[in-house]
Design a protein around this ligand. Structure first.
Ligand code: SF4
Length: 700
């Protein structure tokens, strides 16, 4: 298709939002440099010209009137515009003073993964080299950490998809757990449609009859928080009914006998009792999945954002392993990455315990290698810190005194937000980099204007594990600067300038290539030129003549003996279950018109016209017990807090469950209610299940 228009240039790039990273061209007026619009990229193999409502309007952020134009300093409780010099000098003074008084670890960094690989890499290096603190973690802890933990346990390495997405068209069965794909990753639905046209089956596991569940052959409407029982029940049937690929399991998996014994008691009846799902549906789903030849197990936050998120991931993954479906064409396991660079952003050292390339901070060889790349003494490498939510505990204890938040909005996206807001208030000093004044930025002492994704170049790694090129579309607006430049300038002021001598993102990528060399997420063979030439390169890619790895684990897994693990998981209740005081279950999720904490999408008129406010989905039977009506504002209360929102009646939800989308802040934030109970391995909070009570509000 000829998309070019007279007087405009088309810059080829990718959407800024979710892990699909849909291919797009941005139209720029050649004379004025103004953004004229967007066109889908029909030749991008992952999304074939599809964009969702968020992608179509993403460019409207660039010239949005609410962009932060200059650095802001809070004076007498109000933000006042300042020069960069004044803002950076204040940061230097406060950071230096804080560390002199309270030690290096009194500073902390809260990163994000809606940034390029180059920026994510630099955030880790900035915390450990420029600030010398062990307290660094990131918002991926609330997004991908359980998938990561599960993949490491089963496969030995964390890559979100074992197969390239276009192969989905040739699969014959999809088992999708805890993902409302049609709303959260809309452009991937085309692959399911194409496969279904050829006879593929779809099993969807979700407490709600989402638009995704509506098109399923079997919809398993389980009670929130019972995934591990359900998956154990499915494993029981796969084994009992003879669907196990015995040869594959014998040659390529460990621990089969133990798994077999552990699922023995998970009969369909027992599984049904725990999950609240009809026995026939469980049997039908197991037989449908068991009989398929090229199946894909896919999951997302619905199963991962639980205090047993890692367990859930390992059990659903074991289904695919028992069927011998990993390392083959059009088969495998995948998680739907939430944030744009949720994959790459977790590989390069933003996690509290990891260095670039998934190297462990507890491994002396890894510390030695990265110290050498960074030009520091290994003795100066900070020790592992704590996870994102636990950093707020450190603030409450008085151990963390200052925080630098980069590209993240935990005031909305963290659980138990009142605790987070209180922690921000307790800080002596807080800096935020962002391009809009987010709810988190409002707490800051200094806000630094960052560029949007279109005003800088770099790479991201999409949900398949494909490293792609984000091109610079236009010059930075107002006085905004890319995060890598901001961090380098602060590093210079903290006396570490010689480690941050970058003039372009490409130079950072060249360093990242060396830093990841030999690591589990190896980018050494990937260059900007190659990405452009080949339209993306899959990691691991150790050398420039290596083809990259679209299909993972063809011959061996990334474990020491090359075999996959089949962990045993005992059934455990979620952190909170309904009680007399809080008799219902609350779960949360996304809607198609908004992205994460909504900082960006709540500023786009079209998206707000479609979905301006949160609401609570409620089954009419529950509503009639309380005499509640459609559109009525009610109060919801959990052990942590209360909020008010409007009722939306629907039969597409379990009768014992309520659902609220989480894209709004302050009094509209559902995360005021959610439970910060953490998974013991991934430290993922239990966003998806808590006990709640509902009350009518009577006029005074
Ligand atoms: Fe594609 Fe996701 Fe952007 Fe929608 S939000 S256009 S699905 S990358």
């Amino acid at each position: 298709k000829n998309l070019h228009r007279e007087g405009e240039k088309l810059i080829t790039t990718h959407c800024s939002y979710c892990g699909m990273q849909c291919g797009m061209h941005i139209r720029v007026n050649e004379k004025t440099g103004k953004i004229a619009g967007v066109e889908p990229r029909y030749d991008w193999p992952v999304t074939n010209g599809k964009l969702c409502p968020k992608g179509v309007t993403a460019y409207q952020q660039i010239d949005h009137k609410e962009r932060i134009k200059r650095p802001l300093i809070k004076k007498n409780g109000k933000f006042v515009e300042s020069s960069w010099e004044e803002a950076l000098s204040l940061i230097e003074e406060k950071f230096t003073e804080t560390q002199a008084k309270h030690g290096k670890d009194a500073l902390s960094v809260f990163g994000g993964v809606s940034m390029t690989n180059e920026k994510c890499y630099l955030v880790g290096k900035y915390a450990r080299v420029a600030l010398g603190t062990r307290f660094i973690d990131y918002n991926g802890r609330f997004c991908m950490s359980s998938a990561a933990g599960g993949f490491i346990k089963t496969f030995g390495v964390d890559r979100g998809s074992t197969l390239p997405w276009p192969e989905l068209e040739h699969s014959d069965c999809f088992l999708i757990a805890g993902s409302n794909t049609a709303e959260c990753h809309p452009t991937s639905i085309q692959w399911f449609w194409k496969a279904r046209d050829k006879g593929a089956k779809m099993i969807v596991i979700d407490p709600r009859e989402t638009p995704t569940a509506r098109i399923a052959d079997v919809h398993i409407d389980l009670k929130p928080g019972t995934d591990s029982a359900l998956a154990n029940g499915l494993l029981h049937l796969i084994i009992k009914e003879g669907y196990v690929d015995e040869k594959y399991v014998a040659e390529r998996c460990n621990n089969y006998k133990e798994l077999q014994e552990s699922v023995e008691t998970f009969t369909p009846e027992y599984t049904a009792e725990i999950t609240g799902v009809a026995v026939e549906k469980i049997i039908k789903a197991a037989r449908m999945y068991g009989a398929s030849k090229r199946s894909v197990v896919m999951f997302a936050r619905g199963v991962e954002q639980q205090s047993k998120g890692v367990d859930n991931v390992t059990l659903y993954t074991s289904l695919a392993l028992l069927r011998g479906q990993i390392g083959k064409f059009a088969s495998g396991v995948a998680t739907f990455t939430g944030q744009g660079n949720g994959q790459g952003g977790r590989e390069h050292g933003q996690k509290a315990d990891l260095l670039p390339g998934y190297r462990k901070l507890t491994d002396p060889e890894a510390v030695k290698y990265i110290s050498n790349v960074w030009g520091i003494d290994p003795k100066d490498m900070p020790k592992p810190g704590v996870s994102a939510f636990e950093m707020f505990d450190e603030v409450q204890k008085g151990n963390i005194r200052a925080m630098h938040v980069i590209c993240s909005n935990p005031a909305v996206s963290a659980p138990h937000t009142e605790y987070v807001w209180d922690s921000f208030k307790k800080l002596d000093f807080m800096v935020v980099n962002d391009f809009f004044l987010s709810e988190t930025a409002e707490f800051a002492d200094v806000v630094l204007p960052a560029t949007t994704w279109a005003e800088d170049e770099g790479t991201t790694t999409n949900l398949e594990g494909r490293v792609i090129h984000i091109r610079k579309v236009t010059e930075p607006r107002h006085e905004s600067k890319p995060d890598w430049m901001i961090l380098s300038e602060i590093a210079k002021r903290m006396g570490k300038g010689k480690h941050f001598q970058y003039e372009t993102p490409k130079q950072i990528f060249e360093e990242l290539r060396i830093a990841t060399k030999g690591g589990k997420a190896d980018y050494h063979g990937i260059t900007y030129d190659r990405i452009d030439r080949e339209d993306g390169v899959f990691w691991p890619c150790p050398e420039e003549d290596h083809p990259g790895t679209p299909t993972m684990f063809k011959e061996r897994f990334a474990t020491p003996d090359g075999k996959a693990n089949l962990p045993v998981v005992a059934w455990k209740e979620p952190g909170e279950t309904p009680t007399k005081k809080y008799p219902h279950i609350l779960t949360t999720g996304r809607v198609v018109y908004h992205y994460l904490s909504g900082t960006q999408t709540r500023r786009i008129d079209f998206l707000m016209e479609q979905c301006p406010l949160p609401y609570v989905e409620m089954h009419p039977e529950m509503a009639s017990q309380y005499n509640m009506q459609e559109g009525e504002t009610i109060q919801l209360t959990t052990a942590r807090s209360s909020m008010k929102t409007e009722v939306k009646l629907t039969k597409a939800i379990r009768k014992d469950t309520l659902f609220i989308p989480y894209h709004w802040g302050k009094e509209l934030a559902v995360n005021q209610l959610t439970n910060p109970c953490l998974d013991p391995i991934s430290r993922m909070p239990e966003f998806k299940v808590c006990a709640v009570k509902i009350e009518k509000i009577y006029e005074q």
